[in-house]
Design a protein around this ligand. Sequence first.
Ligand SMILES: Nc1ncnc2c1ncn2[C@@H]1O[C@H](COP(=O)(O)OP(=O)(O)O)[C@@H](O)[C@H]1O
Ligand SMILES: [Mg+2]
Length: 330
Amino acid sequence: MAKKQKLKIRDRYINIIKRTNPWMVLRFLVITIACFPVWIWVVLFSYLHSLRWRQPKIGLDLMKRHSLAFSNLVKEGQPLPAPKVTVLSGGISNLSLLWEINDAQGNVHEYFVKVFLPLGTFWAWICPIVSPFPDVYAKLSHERMSMDVVLRTHLAEHGAHVARLVAFDPVKKVMVTEFLKGQMVDQLLGEVDKSGELSELAKTVVQQCGAGLAKAHQAGVCLVDAQPANCMWVPDQEKVYFLDLEFSSRWDHRVWDMGFFMCYMKARVPGPLGKTLRKLFLDSYEAENPVDWAGIAETDKLLKEYVPVFQCILALREFTAEELFEEFLT
Ligand SMILES: Nc1ncnc2c1ncn2[C@@H]1O[C@H](COP(=O)(O)OP(=O)(O)O)[C@@H](O)[C@H]1O
Ligand SMILES: [Mg+2]
């Protein structure tokens, strides 16, 4: 990672901390110090685990164990080819990989691979303690993966836009899905904030986020980690996909989902432009599902002081887990 970017993240953090309620900074500091030994082990273990999954051979072993899921890549009796592995940024809980595999005809097949890490378990445990984030029932890596896999299938059956499941390994805690090509909604919102203009594309995307969330709720699923950084706009299909389902649940967190999503929108696009976006989001949700206005106002009040914290998290997302680890070491 370029030094310039490292400095940028430090400067940004100092600015954000200056704007945060001092009591909250103190609270986070005390909790960080108290959890330090656990934190060190979790980060170290997750880092070493990540290094292992970067090896094409480890990926190939997984493919062999689930060979029928990849049978489209080879002719009968031929060996499976090893994937080319690329680490993706955007996640701060798990390892996200792109696998590129050449088939016998020379076509390239792409897969998204998520290795569920102890870091994600740590977030599932700590977030409800330090913030109004709802209690996460399925915390451990294999539990989060199970929730993702099962509710992904359920959502797909109910017409929600989620990446198609290709394979999953409950022993290794790894899930493989189709690789989607598009732009993260959070990135798109960042462009709106920079330009100060609300493009037709941004409007469509935010409206689809509202309608998509309503669809998930109609299917009886709450996403819990519902935020623009977990949604992707896929231009070829003109659809918004919900990517990250590990915290999703069948508990009723509908108001939370909406409040949380809008708070992240506020963190990315503050001011009147953000207000317009939030209205678009709510209107398109309401076109599908009734809105609990009082509940949303309450969640908004609860989350107001967390906006700078969300801005910190958004800044972290620009790095891969390994880059963050290196940053942490320096
Ligand atoms: N199906 C997919 N196709 C392409 N990229 C994806 C897909 N799913 C996730 N990603 C990318 O990986 C990043 C992290 O994925 P996510 O499931 O949100 O992991 P985490 O649990 O670590 O937040 C996303 O921000 C996105 O850039
Ligand atoms: Mg995510």
